[in-house]
Design a protein around this ligand. Structure first.
Ligand code: KG4
Ligand code: ZN
Length: 332
């Protein structure tokens, strides 16, 4: 039985898993309401809230699963990437528990956790596959060759996709986090209303760049405001989202062809985006590829995905010692 703890950003989460893929509980305490009034995550507030919540969330996860700490075989915890103060709360808690219970500790890379959310969603999913990881902090196109074996095809050179969604939403005057709000508004807008740039970078490059698109949206908003022209937020949302989705879909399909895989898997908070899901589904079908993505709860930050990653790492013989530290800029 795995106990997993996730505190890398603004969700305090704990989960209990059996055999890595069976989730007995996945308790998520979101701090979104705390950060909303500031328009984004405030690191100090996040750490303090994690300290207040972490023990309660772990106890809830145990109760919901109907187990006690004595039933736990190993503890998985996110040690990066993320906010250092936030990560430290989870890491310190996991270390204390592993020491007190005398059981192994497994440090987990948060990005790997996002990929593993798919193993929980689909019990039959096995590598190899191509994974597009799109979250608030990361954008990666990865060839998952085996459990824990990754070949990175491309990543963002500037903003992460979710970050672009959040910044654009903020500029339009929508709330935080912006991704789900833009997604909802985009459904009512015309995606061809405004021609925003699609940045493909060099030919054959699988890297991404979203800062130019973000600037184009901000410039558009400023110029409309200066001219006193009414901004149709639904059209801005739809046109921006379409520009993002076009690039993501194109590069993902090309990546799948290059790596000769027949499955594509989505991961990370932006994997919840309905436009991305629909367009990638259409393109994948055309190419005879299958597309899988986690349910919304498993797309955004949660401890169950961390527990699944910890299980496979532990099974392959990996454990961390009690010197495990938070690594805010940890790479995949
Ligand atoms: O994976 P996640 O929970 O946290 C990180 O590890 O970063 O992702 C959060 C990000 C936020 O930027 C949020 O705006 C975005 O995922 N997001 C969405 C949607 N739901 C969440 N972006 C676009 N469409 C959505 N439906
Ligand atoms: Zn995340």
């Amino acid at each position: 039985m795995t106990l997993a703890i996730e505190t890398s950003c603004d969700e305090t989460s704990a989960a209990i898993l059996k055999n890595g893929r069976e989730v007995l509980s996945n308790v998520i305490s979101s701090q979104i309401d705390e950060h909303k009034k500031f328009g984004g995550v405030v690191p100090e507030v996040a750490s303090r809230k994690h300290v207040e919540n972490v023990d309660v969330v772990i106890q809830e996860a145990l109760d919901e699963a109907g187990v006690t700490l004595q039933d736990i075989d190993h503890i998985g915890v996110t040690y990066g990437p993320g906010l250092v103060g936030a990560l430290l709360v989870g890491v310190s808690t996991a270390k204390a528990l592993a020491y007190a219970l005398n059981i192994p500790l497994v440090g987990v890379n948060h990005i790997e956790g996002h990929i593993c959310a798919n193993y929980i969603e689909d019990k039959n999913l096995v590598p190899p596959f191509l994974c597009l990881i799109v979250s608030g902090g990361h954008t990666y196109l990865v060839h998952v060759k085996d459990y824990g074996t990754y070949d990175i095809l491309g990543k963002t050179r500037d903003d992460a996709v979710g970050e672009a969604f959040d910044k654009v939403a903020r500029a339009i005057g929508l709330g935080y986090p912006g991704g789900p709000i833009i997604d909802k508004l985009a459904k009512k807008g015309n995606k061809d209303a405004i021609k925003f740039p699609r940045v493909y970078l060099e030919q054959d490059s699988f890297d991404f760049s979203f800062s130019g698109l973000k600037s184009a949206v901000l410039n558009y908003l400023n110029s409309q405001r200066q001219k006193g022209i009414e901004i149709i937020v639904e059209d801005v949302a739809a046109s921006f989202q379409a520009a993002v989705v076009d690039v993501l879909v194109h590069k993902t399909i090309e990546g799948a062809k290059k790596k000769k895989v027949d499955s594509i898997v989505l991961a990370g908070g932006v994997a919840a985006n309905s436009g991305l899901r629909e367009e990638l589904q259409k393109a994948a079908k055309k190419e005879g590829l299958t597309l899988k993505y986690p349910s919304i709860k498993l797309c955004t930050d949660n401890a169950a995905m961390i527990g699944c990653a910890a299980y496979y790492a532990y099974k392959s013989g990996f454990t961390s010692d009690l010197y495990l530290n938070a690594v805010p800029n940890l790479k995949l």
